[in-house]
Design a protein around this ligand. Sequence first.
Ligand SMILES: [Zn+2]
Length: 493
Amino acid sequence: MTLRLLAAAAALAIATSAPAAPVLAPPPQLGPDVQPFVHIPAGQIAITHLRIIDGTGAAPVEDATLLLDGAKIAGVQPAGAAVPAGYRIIDGTGETALPGLVGMHNHLYYLQRPNLDAEGHFEQPIIIPQMTFSAPRLYLANGVTTMRTTGSVEPYTDLSLKREIDAGHLVGPHLDVTSPYLEGPGAFFIQNHQITSPEDARKEVAFWADQGVNDFKAYMHLTRAELGAAIKEAHRHGLKLTGHLCSVTYPEAVALGIDNLEHGFFVNTQLDPGKKPDECSDGTGTPTLLKMTPGSPEANALIKLLVDHHVAVTSTLPVFAQSVPQHEPLQARQMDVLSPEAKEAYLFSRNLVASRAGTPRAKDFAQAYKNDLGLERQFVAAGGLLMAGPDPTGNGGVIPGFGDQREIELLVEAGFTPVEAIRIATLNGATYLGLADRIGSIAPGKDADLFIVKGNPAANIADVENVIVVFKDGVGYDSAKLIRSVRGRFGEY
Ligand SMILES: [Zn+2]
């Protein structure tokens, strides 16, 4: 007894920080700002004649009945099985249920280039306004029920948003709040602390762990010693660290114990010409990707290293597809949510990319993009944990929620089957977050975090766009109403 008490006291003394609020908070009472978006209140609900894609990569189950009981999935029944007494029956004929998307490279901001003109010129400093109003609505409306913020510019705002969503005061997905970008001199934008030493990196991680972030993200200009110190401190707090790297190569980061690498294979600089240790290269990874064709000895060695060390990789295809000339235009429903200025910025940029078609730069990038798709497939085939996120930054053509759906479509274009792509965007992210027992797939006993689309994404992946209703903790939210509420707002606030 005494020994056990002593052990407990010692454990408390080691836990130096207040633990972060869990990513999945208990379902709250919904307040007056959330209620208007509720389409189907939580209760005992049976959705009949429904196709279910469960998120494990298995073939869809046809003509099933999905039972929701409050915040949980109560069962999946074959057609014809009797619906238990007391359940409200909703006909799901022609519709498909999928697990809520787990967005692993999502953001709550917009990237603003001051005084951008049609030639693509802009003035410094690039600044990053928060989209705390529009982004959470767009994510939830499009099927994202859990997301990692993957680098914050206003961490207190993101932590407060999480608190308000978890309390039922604001509408949005479950948030895995990530630290500010851990970054040294040379940052792309101005809104972060500039790390100057390994001890400084350690202190920044310790501080944000104490403030309650769930996750850490390193950026492009850290030294190996700084990154190593940050990883060690994050792990000491029981938290994980991912990175969009440049100054540190993928193999170097693996050796330092990193948990996750962002942007597929686009930002590994190990074969970039002129790469100096601890410094970001001019090519920021494109030359390495051009050399690292899938199946090459260099590719095989890197993928074996990542799989052996259980380092996850996040695929962020939509943001890179924007740099391929003649990529698909934004759909009308996406143009509709942009502010007038965001629309203009996107059209300027799209015009410039189109004008580069056929140039060596464009050809190189198209080849790099193709190599990345092959490497992502090779990584999964070798047993690697690939996750999905759109990275709504770049030229403004990747938009929260819509981009998460586009990522799944691009994974299918890359050669994954639709159900494999859906697994990458659901169960794989849940697995990384340590939440696979709660979310990421449709199974009895799991949280009722899922969405319903018209059509059959297993046959036609673009049907993931036809969202009707998104359930989070058993509450069905009206997708169309959420989107209408932010018309013309993304880019503004
Ligand atoms: Zn990003």
